[in-house]
Design a protein around this ligand. Structure first.
Ligand code: SAH
Ligand code: SF4
Length: 355
């Protein structure tokens, strides 16, 4: 069965006549977060019956929720076929209330969403890879993650969110559904999440980065680089043998970047593998001439891995080196660390029945 979340407004207008009904339905779905057609008060009975018969509304179920002390919430969703995927609501900034009781700044959220069950890329440091690849998520399954999280947290319809495609799966390997979901999210009559507020993270399928660039969607690009030489990168990301570092850098150079924005390079830091200053220097030279920023990520260990979390002093040294040479570099705060932060880790816990 199709999901009502599969469509942009124009597509829904094609299906529902008269067309203004599509706008009304969109309003109920994306502003009121309804869970049934019954609640759509201004929709005629026969249309409701038609919708009921042809389009599912919620196609995910929340099976597990973990709240972290920093306010982040990790969700495990089950799909209609019993598989599960994760999404995380990250509280980037807390609400600030002035002495007179007025809200000085409202909270800022980012939601990290999944695009596949499992992943084909097979990175050796990633838990999602361990279960192999199962299937692509549909557009509706991608979109429903955001709607359910907004609903579950009673996030105001006008509150804007940032989206990062950094959950389970490789977004560019589910290219069409991923691109379509970007369009659904950005519909003004719907969630209205500006494309500049959406970031796709890719392990570096160079040909797909080029294809995405040609579509000029206006979204932000993050590259999971993780290594500065092909030997190590191929160990960490086997796909690097087909799409090596140079091919990725070339693809990034041709990618259209918003004048005010930068391409983010994610660098997963693993103790004694890539945490040295020689690597930092190579990274600096590699990114020369690209409007780039670097995000250093602590490797998050899990049972059975031989990789180790780096020491914070080597992270800071690495960061300081890049910053001193004029390259913007941040260290990813371990948001939600106490809730098994990295992708695939909540799912793994559920499978082991360990919590
Ligand atoms: N497939 C895409 C997006 C999803 S992976 C990609 O690889 O970019 C999401 C992020 O989780 C990546 O940046 C990856 O580096 C990170 N990640 C995976 N396993 C991790 C671990 N054990 N510790 C820390 N980060 C991890
Ligand atoms: Fe897939 Fe990303 Fe995990 Fe690599 S890090 S296996 S690309 S989800």
């Amino acid at each position: 069965m199709q999901s009502i979340y599969d469509y942009t407004l124009d597509e829904l207008k094609e299906k529902l006549k008269p067309a203004f009904r599509a706008k009304q339905v969109y309003n109920w779905l994306y502003k009121k977060y309804v869970t049934s057609y019954e609640e759509m008060k201004n929709i005629p009975k026969d249309l409701k019956a038609n919708l009921e018969e042809n389009y599912a509304i919620d196609i995910l179920n929340i099976v597990k929720k973990e709240q972290s002390s920093d306010g982040s919430i990790k969700y495990l969703f089950s799909l209609h076929d019993g598989h599960t995927v994760e999404a995380v609501l990250l509280l980037m900034k807390k609400k600030k209330i002035a002495d007179d009781g007025k809200i000085e700044r409202s909270e800022k959220y980012t939601v990290c969403i999944s695009t596949q069950v499992g992943c084909k890329v097979g990175c050796t440091f990633c838990l999602t890879a361990k279960g192999g690849f199962v299937r692509n998520l549909t557009v509706g399954e991608i979109v429903n993650q955001i709607v359910q999280i907004k609903r579950d947290n009673e996030i105001d319809e006008n509150k804007s969110l940032n989206i990062v495609y950094m959950g389970m799966g490789e977004p560019l390997d589910n290219f069409d559904n991923f691109v379509h979901s970007v369009k659904v999210f950005s519909q003004e009559e719907g969630l209205s999440i500006n494309r500049r507020r959406q970031t796709v993270s890719t392990s570096g399928i160079s040909s797909k980065i080029e294809k995405l660039g040609q579509q000029d969607l206006g979204i932000q690009l993050a590259i999971s680089l993780h290594a500065v030489d092909d030997d190590l990168r191929s160990e960490l990301i086997p796909m690097n043998k087909a799409y090596n570092i140079q091919s990725i850098i070339d693809a990034v150079r041709s990618f259209p970047v918003d004048a005010r924005k930068k391409v983010m390079f994610e660098y997963l830091v693993i103790k004694d593998k890539n945490d040295d200053l020689t690597s930092a220097d190579k990274l600096l030279k590699m990114l020369n001439g690209i409007k780039a920023k670097v995000n250093l990520i602590y490797f998050n260990p899990y049972p059975g891995t031989t990789y180790q979390r780096p020491e914070s002093k080597s992270m800071i040294k690495f960061q300081n080196y890049l910053t001193s040479k004029g390259l913007l570099c941040t260290i990813r705060e371990s948001k939600g660390l106490d809730i098994s932060a990295a992708c695939g880790q909540l799912k793994e816990k559920e499978n082991n029945g360990s919590s």
